[in-house]
Design a binder for this molecule. Structure first.
Ligand SMILES: [Zn+2]
Length: 82
């Protein structure tokens, strides 16, 4: 990993708005992590995504929100259904 990438606060490139960034991730079929403020704005059924639970103890994951760029939030993981 390059040092510059390690210092980047988030994987969202500068100058990109959240909608276009999420649209790119959806087009590529990538998994999304969205916080409780952002996920109601994402029409996951329209794009073939489903909220995914990884563990029996929590229905959330801890990660950086792909929508608002907040770090280490309790997020819902959305995975593209095949
Ligand atoms: Zn968010």
């Amino acid at each position: 990993m390059k040092a510059r990438a390690a210092e980047a606060p988030h994987n969202l490139p500068r100058g990109r708005n959240a909608g276009s960034w999420i649209s790119d991730l959806v087009t590529l079929g990538k998994a999304l992590t969205l916080c409780s403020s952002c996920w109601p704005k994402f029409n996951f059924k329209r794009y073939g995504y489903q909220p995914t639970v990884l563990t029996a103890t929590s229905k959330h994951v801890i990660g950086d929100c792909d929508g608002c760029r907040e770090r280490l939030q309790r997020c819902t993981l959305f995975v593209k259904q095949l």
